[in-house]
Design a protein around this ligand. Structure first.
Ligand code: GLA
Length: 658
């Protein structure tokens, strides 16, 4: 179990370093991430490298028994670099550059940036590949953060090359994008530009490909650095830090390229429901690389600096959130950052060691957490505890949020709606791409797979035929991988499986000022009564049983929720977006049909229970005391457990016979 933080010793005089190491030992720190923003310090000018200071601090840490997660320092190029090579600056939709003076201002496709980054990483990797302190490599930092999409000339040139590799001929691009529309036909790759500022809607196929290209360019940057590290003879695992479900970067596609998944997580301490975000992050990270423990690479010990208002964490909240990650498969809890900065825009961001010193609640909680993590027994990575999978697909995310649709849909919040419903029902879930192996699961939720590939459709069909229970929700199977309608209407690939035909999407206007009945559609059936929003599709149940219907409004009496037995399994279709109560009602029915039970019965909604092999973790995130029936042995102390009473932010770590 790693414990530690980003460590930025270059922000401090060297006299402070020995005290840092001593304090790290006191806090139980085992590993720090070093050098993430050190490019300017390591390379003060193009032909000058200074590693003496880095040698000294790595040596000090090593002597102190603290391991190093060594960064490649490429996330924030120094001013000399962008002055010498202004073509490496990223640009916005108008072509206006993002200047240095902040961070992460580089154009990922820029040959100048890549050249300088490669030279730097080569030096670092060659120098430290065999250093005994280095146990992990930290490539770049939060790829795609701040600057989600780059429209620079470097991106323009790289996009043309990317298209040529993908499509071979410009005619294939024309076909994929449907450029006969609005006279958009291209006669050569040199006529294609990034989707820069334009008078009206861009071509949706081009927007989708630009998203793919953006994720691919960042992945190329990652691969270049990783390969340099390996070529230098480094054998340590390599990672780069993810940010939960982050739209610009297709983590499902990236995961195979990382040895260890790591995540940065900053739930708002002021939001009593934000612990579900932590749960979602953890489940996603675990699912990205099944069987391999992940690292919580960054979290805050207390307040952050970047929300409009930055509330502190409540007493105990830090430990509860950390244990939540461990319960979901993390084998390391790290912070941004070790010592609170004294200058710069993050000086109000908390650290493990606060500016106010060690006579602080933050320090006490940090030290106590270090002890607790140290006392944990070795934990298995994941024994496949989840019986339920929720599908999350980046390509669909990009396509479904293209403009000019019946109603704007926020894909992540819709997926989170289902995830949160499962979480409130205390059911453990994995989060998977639609082409994953679904055989181990009893229930699969497939919310809003607007872009559904033939391969994904086949995976869903086989899952049901083999005995799985599948819930598909509105606006699914609408377009192909180029964001074009398929011939023959909508839902063409899943029609037989679901037994429904979709005639129209029935957009509901999502604003308060709308006429009654246009914003929500009431849905009613046995044990079902809720308000649907956003879509109330006109659906014909041709070979499915109707479990609930729309009531009132323009869709009065039409099917809203259907089911069909297929093969050894069952397929459900929901023609709208349920509110919170509705999602829980429907999910309960689907889970009951498949015989899936909660991790523990009878838990209040603000208490969560998670299994990681034999470890059962129960956490009270609510404001009230909770009594939980659970039996086993205390994982920290070893005593028998027969029921626990949990105060707010209390948790129990129980080894069970499961
Ligand atoms: C991100 C970055 C860190 C720091 C934190 C602040 O996660 O990776 O460098 O800026 O945010 O919360």
């Amino acid at each position: 179990m790693h414990y530690g933080a980003d460590y930025n010793p270059e922000q401090w005089p060297e006299e402070v370093w020995p005290e840092d190491v001593a304090r790290m030992q006191e806090a139980g720190v085992t590993m720090v991430s070093l050098g993430i923003f050190s490019w300017a310090r390591i390379q003060p000018s193009e032909h000058e490298f200074d590693f003496a200071w880095l040698d000294r601090i790595i040596g000090l840490l090593h002597e102190g028994g603290i391991a190093v997660d060594l960064a490649t320092a490429t996330a924030s190029p120094p001013p000399w670099a962008t002055v010498a090579y202004p073509e490496m600056l990223a640009a916005d939709e108008n072509g206006t550059p993002y200047w240095h003076g902040s961070r992460q201002h580089y154009a990922p496709s820029s040959p100048a940036y890549r050249g300088l980054a490669a030279a730097l990483v080569t030096k670092i990797a060659e120098r430290y590949a065999a250093h005994p302190a280095v146990v992990l490599w930290h490539v770049n930092n939060e790829y795609g953060c701040h600057l989600n999409i780059d429209y620079s000339d470097a991106a323009r040139d790289a996009f043309r090359r990317w298209l040529q590799r993908r499509y071979d001929t410009i005619d294939a691009v024309n076909k994929a994008w449907g450029t006969m529309f609005w006279s958009q036909r291209y006669s050569s790759f040199a006529e294609v530009f990034p989707p820069r500022h334009a008078p009206y809607s861009h071509n949706p196929g081009q927007l989708l490909d630009y998203r793919r290209f953006t994720s691919d360019m960042l992945l190329e940057c990652y691969r270049v650095e990783r390969d340099i590290i390996r070529a230098a003879g480094a054998g340590q695992p390599i990672t780069t830090n993810f940010m939960g479900a982050f739209k610009p970067v297709n983590y499902a596609q990236w995961a195979g390229e990382l040895d260890v998944i790591s995540d940065d997580l900053y739930p708002d301490p002021n939001d009593p429901e934000s612990f579900r975000e932590g749960a979602f992050h953890g489940d996603l990270m675990r699912s990205l690389k099944p069987g391999t423990p992940w690292l919580l690479m960054e979290q805050a010990s207390n307040a952050v600096n970047w929300r409009p208002t930055n509330a502190p964490k409540a007493p105990g909240q830090l430990a509860a959130q950390s244990v939540q990650a461990v319960a979901r498969g993390a084998d390391g809890i790290l912070f941004f950052q070790w010592r609170q900065s004294r200058a710069g825009s993050e000086k109000f961001h908390s650290g493990m060691l606060p500016h106010a010193g060690t006579a602080t609640r933050t320090w006490q909680e940090v030290v106590a957490l270090g002890r607790e993590l140290d006392a944990l027994p070795d934990l298995p990575a994941d024994d496949g505890s989840a019986r339920v999978a929720i599908l999350l697909d980046w390509e669909n995310w990009w396509a479904i949020e293209n403009p000019d649709h019946p109603v704007p849909l926020d894909y992540l919040s819709l997926v989170r709606g289902w995830y949160d419903a499962a979480h409130r029902l205390h059911v453990q879930v994995d989060l998977l791409p639609p082409t994953a192996d679904l055989a181990p699961y009893d229930v699969v939720l497939a919310p809003h797979l607007y872009l559904l590939t033939a391969q994904a459709a086949a995976t869903l069909r086989s899952f049901v035929e083999a005995g799985g229970h599948l819930l598909v929700t509105a606006f699914t199977d609408v377009v192909d991988e180029h964001d074009r309608f398929r011939p023959g209407g909508f839902g063409t690939q899943l029609r037989d499986l679901l037994g429904v035909v979709i005639e129209d999407f029935g957009a509901l206007v999502p604003t308060e000022s709308t006429a009654p009945g246009q914003q929500y559609a009431q849905v009613a059936g046995e044990g079902i009564a809720f308000a649907g929003s956003l879509l109330a599709e006109e659906v014909h149940a041709v070979d499915a049983e109707v479990l609930a219907r729309f009531e009132g409004g323009r869709g009065d009496g039409r099917p809203a929720f259907t089911t069909a037995a297929r093969g050894a399994g069952r397929a459900y279709y929901l023609a709208t977006v349920p509110d919170q109560a509705g999602a829980e009602q429907l999910l309960r029915q689907v889970l009951a049909g498949a015989g899936v039970d909660p991790v523990l019965p009878g838990l209040p909604p603000m208490v969560e229970a998670i299994r990681r092999g034999r470890l059962l973790t129960v956490i009270n995130h609510g404001a009230d005391e909770a009594r939980v029936v659970v039996r086993g042995r205390d994982a920290l102390g070893g005593g028998e457990v027969d029921g626990v009473t949990l105060q707010p932010f209390d948790y129990a770590l129980v080894l069970t016979d499961h």
